[in-house]
Design a protein around this ligand. Sequence first.
Ligand code: ADP
Length: 402
Amino acid sequence: MRSSGLVLTLNSGSSSLKFAVMDPESGETALDGIGDALDTPAPSLSWNYSDEKSERELPAGAAHGAVIDFLVDMLQQDLPELRRQLIAVGHRVVHGGEYFSRSVLIDRAVIDAIAECSDLAPLHNPAGLLGIRTALAAFPQLPQVAVFDTAFHQTLPEHAYLYALPYALYRDHRIRRYGMHGSSHRFVSERAAQLLNKPISEANIVSAHLGNGASVAAIKGGVSVDTSMGLTPLEGLVMGTRCGDLDPGILIHLAESLDYSLGQISRLLNRDSGLLGVSELSSDCRELERAAADGHRGARLALEIFCYRLAKYVAAYHVPLLRVDAVVFTGGIGENSCFVREKVLQWLRCLDYELDTARNQQTRFGAEGRITAPGPAALVVPTNEEWIIARDAAALVRDARG
Ligand code: ADP
């Protein structure tokens, strides 16, 4: 570890809290862990320190505060040397609306603005705020920084972020496309430029973040110019349990002809659709690949739709970029699924992408690199959102100190 200080990163999801203590310069992680199934009857906590994995049960119903309390105790009592090196706490916040186009030091006004954006991310922003409030109380002497998923996409031009709805909905209610996964798209596009031996200012990248949630971004010279998620994380690609793009007329049909309530529609689109809905089996790509190989029709169809939709988005993003230096795959599926990458690149043969089968098979489980034959490039780059959070937090603390 270097001596310029460490950053504690906190990533609060609706039922989980991931944490890490990281060197912002090298990206080296000293401690990392996750509190999972929070606010349920069987929450759990696991962490890695010094190549050693530890676990413990939490009391039933324990939530984010319990994980942070545990972390504070562990740092103070067992790892005081690590605690002494902390220079900041960095928080992932999902939705920053139009308030935030970059990461910021947290103060009262920032907390109020995050709260105001909660109606745009009702599952995520309140969890982020809880993490911030608990960490402010636990580490009152450390500067705290918010890093927004939406900030990277605030550079989208009007023609990309506006819906063809009455303009007043944007003017009066800020209904527009915001995009998500900004830290991931930023990280992998910067790393891809390095792998391509180009300055980021000259690299044009289509980045596909494929996890349980999934989005694509068109990044021109380091600047996001289009992305597939919209006002909410429902738009765009097929996801684990979310439907992605849809004829909005379906919603009217569900309500008027099939008597669905708003709550039922929301559940249908967010939790019962996507890979899970089509396959009638699972939202998990690994499981679907196994089932498809065994002849499960639903699994095969779900993966087919997933890959076809993704290929169409990647092809479409050649429009704003004109010249694409690389398509980048990341996230659990993008980093590991040879099957998905192969299918997508097959569809992209119209643009001369040609898979290198051996490299595709070799590049998984944390490996990075090119998976196409000479010609248009596709790369696999493992994402590291924590590192972006740590880097931004350290930079803001440095600037604030002058
Ligand atoms: P999250 O969005 O929750 O962070 P991840 O980025 O971890 O999700 O991605 C989870 C997805 O990655 C799951 O669909 C999982 O099946 C898929 N995945 C993980 N490993 C593999 C693998 N070896 N092959 C195919 N898919 C994988």
